[in-house]
Design a protein around this ligand. Structure first.
Ligand SMILES: [Zn+2]
Ligand SMILES: [Zn+2]
Length: 326
């Protein structure tokens, strides 16, 4: 069931509107209009981007992957998620990517929420300081949205990096963003009703450390682990424990994207290795494991045969605009 909640299938939409009308009959009477939610879940998570930091097409790439994407005007933005509370209207952005404007526009259109000028979001969570994951913050500054004290949930090292390095330090000095440090392993609430726990993961940590987020809503738990060098020991099993849907690093498919490199030396767990490792679980619960953060070269972005194989094995490739009721 979870695997089909993409919001794109007309049959599902029809079914959802039926459930919604039932829910509304059952629960809306007597509730003030302003507090009513017309959605089947109070909280919804929306995928806003699925690509690696550089998106698709990728600056400077003259391979078939990006030449064709340019020709067909196909664009994919870096991995990011949004969470909306349909009752209060409060929203959270996970990752401030270079495509932040179009991603928030997608978020608003999917969740049917009006854009609030100069207050684009209520909280931002960031996994680490690589360009696809945090540089969208630049749009919160004086030259663009000039936001006011947006809580920025980051690790201690990430907070220190932003506070001590321009241009990010100006956002902090002017209180356009307000770094709020989380402790890995200790849950925090970016908005009422949603609990998030950060987990430290191994990655190329030049400017900050790196985390994955576990997001707990009233009904479902989602893991967001877009960028990791490798799932050492039992880390993968620990991260997915009790998780209904896991978005996992799919930067590379099987190493063919980097000819001449030994698979074991490539940072990022290749999709084929992750599928091998989670194969039994994926067959038992199709749609539980979804791939995100795909590099422009990843053949799973365009080769139909690979896409069919991934689906057949119970996995999914995340899609922009797909939604999960939390
Ligand atoms: Zn490319
Ligand atoms: Zn990274």
């Amino acid at each position: 069931m979870l695997g089909s909640e993409t919001g794109k299938d007309p049959a599902i939409s029809l079914r959802n509107s039926f459930i919604l009308s039932l829910l509304c009959v059952a629960s809306c009477t007597g509730v003030p209009m302003s507090e009513r939610s017309t959605h089947s879940h109070r909280f919804e998570l929306v995928v806003l981007g699925i690509a690696q930091d550089g998106g698709l097409p990728h600056l400077g790439c003259q391979k078939v992957c990006c030449v064709e994407a340019r020709k067909n005007r196909r664009q994919l933005t870096p991995a990011a998620l949004g969470i909306i509370d349909h009752v209060t209207g409060h929203s959270v952005l996970i990752e401030a990517t270079p495509a932040i404007e179009s991603q928030l526009a997608l978020f608003r259109s999917v969740t049917e929420t009006d854009e609030i000028p100069r207050h684009p979001i209520d909280a931002v969570l960031i996994t680490h300081a690589h360009i696809g994951h945090y540089t969208g913050l630049i749009h919160f500054g004086r030259e663009v949205a000039s936001t006011q004290a947006i809580p920025l949930h980051v690790s201690e090292r990430m907070a220190s990096f932003l506070t001590h390095n321009g241009p990010w330090s100006q956002l902090v000095q002017l209180d356009q963003v307000h770094p709020t440090v989380f402790i890995p392993g200790t849950p925090f609430s970016p908005i009422d009703g949603i609990s998030v726990t950060a987990f430290a993961v191994p990655h190329r940590d030049e400017f900050s450390d790196t985390v994955a987020f576990r997001i707990d809503g009233p009904n479902r738990t989602v893991l967001f682990c877009p960028d990791i060098d490798r799932f050492r020991g039992t880390l993968l099993e620990e991260l997915i424990e009790g998780v209904d849907v896991a978005y996992l690093d799919a930067t590379f498919y099987d190493g063919r994207e980097l000819p001449g490199r030994d698979l074991s030396e490539i940072p990022h767990p290749p999709m084929v290795v992750t599928m091998e490792r989670l194969g039994v679980l994926a067959r038992e619960t199709p749609g539980r494991f979804r791939f995100i953060h795909l590099n422009h070269t990843n053949p799973a972005l365009r080769e139909k045969e690979i896409q069919r194989e991934v689906e057949k094995r119970g996995f999914r490739i995340a899609e922009e605009g797909e939604r999960i009721g939390l």
